[in-house]
Design a protein around this ligand. Structure first.
Ligand SMILES: Nc1nc2c(ncn2[C@@H]2O[C@H](COP(=O)(O)OP(=O)(O)OP(=O)(O)O)[C@@H](O)[C@H]2O)c(=O)[nH]1
Ligand SMILES: [Mg+2]
Length: 443
């Protein structure tokens, strides 16, 4: 696909591509919000096309009207304007900053695309799915994306133009999108898509069970699990790499990480924890995606503690923090012990005084330079000890069974045989301490 993607600037060999971004808003108050959202849409397009074209020429179109037009989302005048703009500027892709129905996409493509052109109309969700398809690495990630693409993108493919995606969803879009839209073909395709979804879901189920088993094992081992969460591009993977040499890809791309990585980390006191990287969040995360990525997102749900990473150098930091908090509570992962980690402080001339994170602890760090990471580790330790504390137990030799209970429920730091029995130092939570109260000799 890459060879014939976009126009080549005459005599330069540089591949350029024209993209029109379209947004509709419903009240004049939303003008600024719309602009920010278009900025993000532009970053998404940049991420999606960065490997395929050298230069993207962006064009913008916004409209304020009380409600969308049923057939074409934007009004007829704007559709005409978009057609004119596309014709005069070699636009190859029109992206709507919303979700469009399959028939809206069909109508828009018919009216906007100049004759015989490969111009495609897509919406924000298709774009995000495309990025997901490019970035998924593990079998589970790929299955999740392909199912989501089959459900969402497949009905919206009009059978013309190039595929945006090359892998992951390739079989989904490849078999469906590459064909012409003859009625009978579509019928067959629909059945094919249904069968394919069922087969993929079965495979995914098996993988989800494996993940579940692994999680249960981790729970049994009683090592606290800490999930690094936050908006896409906040620096989650960079932080995990900085703290654990995880060697995972961190890039200035949106949704660079789709597959959670878990790594062991030893805190200054010697206590071991598991740190897990997660999929980044985004404003208006398509609903289907949340469902498709449920098993991956569950990493945050089952964690003992959250590190919410915020790019402090981002002018939209407050909005992104709110989106993260909202997404976490929708996932049922809210209300956990949380530390707010304001990242990229190497880019800040002054650290803002007023940190808006309620009761929670906060720290400024730079995952790139390492500044502040020691303080972060200390905060993690403090926070963990507020729900787990260091306790010394003495188990008489007659009660060794209870010692096994402790091993199952706490992180043992040291153990020693004495004349009276086994003396064990462990990080244990309140419940375990209550259960084994009579063995506590120091807390
Ligand atoms: N200047 C600066 N850049 C950083 C810092 N931390 C991360 N970055 C950059 O920010 C970009 C995104 O970092 P990632 O670690 O991939 O972000 P992420 O949160 O894992 O993003 P997704 O996986 O896409 O959700 C990369 O280009 C990093 O080099 C930092 O402390 N300072
Ligand atoms: Mg990442």
């Amino acid at each position: 696909m890459a060879e014939n993607f976009g126009e080549i600037y005459e005599g330069t060999g540089i591949r350029r591509f024209g993209v029109l971004l379209v947004s509709l808003y419903f009240s004049a108050h939303d003008a600024e919000k719309t602009e920010k959202s278009l900025d993000e849409l532009k970053s998404l397009v940049d991420t999606a096309l960065s490997d395929d074209v050298d230069k993207i020429d962006f064009y913008y179109m916004t409209q304020c009207r009380p409600a969308p037009e049923a057939a074409t989302y934007i009004g007829a005048g704007k559709v005409e304007e978009a057609a004119e703009l596309s014709k005069n500027n070699d636009i190859g892709l029109v992206v709507f900053d919303c979700e469009l129905s399959p028939s809206q996409i069909r109508n828009l493509e018919k009216e906007i695309a100049p004759e015989n052109s490969d111009l495609r109309v897509i919406d924000r969700t298709m774009l995000i799915l495309d990025i997901f398809a490019r970035h998924a690495v593990t079998g589970e990630g790929k299955l999740q994306v392909e199912i989501a693409q089959l459900r969402y993108t497949a009905p919206r493919l009009t059978g013309k133009g190039q595929q945006l995606s090359r892998q992951g969803g390739a079989s989904a879009s490849g078999s469906v999108g590459a064909r012409g839209p003859g009625e009978t073909k579509l019928e067959t395709d629909r059945r094919h898509v249904k069968r394919r979804i069922a087969a993929l879901e079965e495979q995914l189920n098996t993988l989800e069970n494996t993940r579940e088993t692994m999680r249960k094992q981790r729970e049994k081992s009683n090592i606290p699990v800490i999930a690094i969460v936050g908006y896409t591009n906040a620096g989650k993977s960079t932080l995990l790499n900085r703290l654990t040499d995880a060697g995972i890809l961190a890039a200035d791309k949106l949704f660079a990480t789709l597959d959670p990585t878990v790594r062991k980390l030893e805190l200054p006191s010697g206590l071991q924890v598991l740190l897990t990287d997660t999929v980044g969040f985004i404003n208006d995360l398509p609903h289907g995606l949340v469902k498709a990525f449920k098993s991956t997102l569950d990493e945050a749900r089952y964690a003992d503690m959250l590190l919410i990473i915020i790019d402090a150098s981002d002018e939209n930091a407050v909005m992104k923090k709110e989106v993260t908090e909202k997404t976490l509570s929708e996932l049922g992962a809210g209300g956990k012990p949380t530390i707010y980690v304001f990242n990229k402080c190497d880019r800040l001339a002054v650290k803002p005084e007023n940190v808006f994170c309620g009761e929670n602890k906060a720290v400024y760090i730079s995952a790139v330079t390492g500044e502040g990471t020691e303080e972060l580790l200390k905060l993690i330790e403090d926070e963990l000890s507020s729900f787990r504390k260091k306790v010394k137990f003495l188990f008489p030799f007659s009660d060794q069974k209870q010692l096994n209970v402790l091993y199952g429920k706490a992180s043992v730091l040291s153990s020693e045989y004495t004349d009276e029995g086994t003396v064990v130092e462990a990080m244990a939570d309140g419940k375990t301490c209550g259960m084994l109260k009579k063995y506590i000799i120091e807390s």
